[in-house]
Each structure stands twice: as C-alpha cells, then as structure tokens.
Design a protein. Sequence first.
Length: 269
Amino acid sequence: MKKSLVLAVLALLSFSLFAQDYRTITEIPYISSGEKDPYRKERCKLDICYPTGVKDFKTVVWYHGGGLTGGEKRFREELMNQGFAVVAVNYRLYGKGARNPDYTVDAAESLAWVFRHISEYGGNPGRIYVAGHSAGAYLTLMLALDKSWLGAHGIDADSVRWYFPIGGQTTTHCTIREEMGLPMFEEIPIIDRYAPLNNARKLGTRMTLITADPKMELLARYEENLYLKAILEGVGNDEIPLYRMEGYDHVEAAHPACMLISRLVNADE
C-alpha cells in the first residue's frame, strides 16, 4: 500500500510532456587521450542523452551503485525524456584494478568533464545536478562535501546546482573498510577523511538526502543520513531535506527517488 501511494503521488507530481527529440552518445572517454593505464581507458567513460534543438538545458549526472566493486553505467528510466540531459558515468572498481581513492578521483574527473563540455551539446554548465544511488551516493556526497576532489580540476563543488544522494553511506564506505583489512560489514562505523560526515561543511549550494524506508534500509543507513542532516544544519546550513521512500528497500528505493529527483530538477528555476 505504501509503495502504491508513493508512486501515485510522485507520478502525479512528475507528470509532464516534453516533446523534444533526444540524442544519445555512448562510450565517451572523460580522461586524457594520452592515458596509458588500460583499466582507466576501459572504465573511465560516460554516456550522454540530451535534448536536441534546445539551448541551456539542465543536466543530471548519474553515478551507479554496486558497493564500489560492481555496477555499470546506465540511464535511469525515471530521469529520461524529462527535458534535461542525463549523463551516466562509469568509474573504476575495487578488486578489478582500483583502490581508494580511485573511485572518487574518477567521479571528480567525470564531473569536471561535464562542466567543461556540456555547452558543446547545448547544455548550461550552471545548471548541473549530481545524483547517485548507494555507492554512487557515497561518491556524490564526497564530491559535495570535500571540495578538494573537484578543486583539483579547477571546479568549485558549490558550482553544482543540487546534490541528490540516494541511500549513501555517510561513514567511511564498507569497501574502503575492507581495503583497510577490517570486516566489511562490521557494525561499528569508521569516520576518517573518506567519510562524508568528516567533511561536513557549510554548503554554497543545495543538497537533498534520500533513503529507503528506515525499516527496510541497510543497517543504520537512514540513521547515518539523519545524523549527516543534523551535522550539516549544525554547521550553518539551512534545513537539509531528508526523504524516506516508504515501503521500499535499499535497492528498490532508487525508483521512486529518481522520480522525485526528476520533479525537483524540473521545478528548479
């Protein structure tokens, strides 16, 4: 019942007609053409779907989940044909040739590519939104809160119009724990420089936190996001919204969450 109600409300709020045509380009490298590392050359690519015949459109950059060990770039159906562009990003994965902080390095480089090139497709670099689910939400949080990652590319993290992490870990990611030789899913959290919580700051842009139903989320994931909300507000931010996708578990929550993101992006002037 909860699922049906959530979807019905979001579908009603998100309903819109966009008659534009769209073009899709896949497998675009976002790293230097002189890159020698074969794994970076394989993984560091993105796909873009954008409206044609339109200028200054908005762009949503999407980071997939998969625990930093798996997953593949794909366009979320809920974000498609909504009048804005969608960029789906691949990044290197642990156990396949990457270690922390390679994932965040790649996320930052891909987002910097979007800032530098989206105008070539008709997009407005001042109207870029960043979203991700699970591991992708962790990357979204790190890009938003630790300004050094985008700063390395001359990009101010506050230049992003809005951040939307869905079900992200706000403590140090469990895969990074495993790299440290610690139990991957130990209940006791670690908060070091690779924890979004440890990088909480007063934002010069917006962030909306989203999780699954607290009773169906991964262990303490909702509570981690609730704590991040409190800390962010405590360091001087206005209210940070935290949405709960009632009736949805960690994986399923991405569906209504992306419908919500689509609505918020389209309503943003």
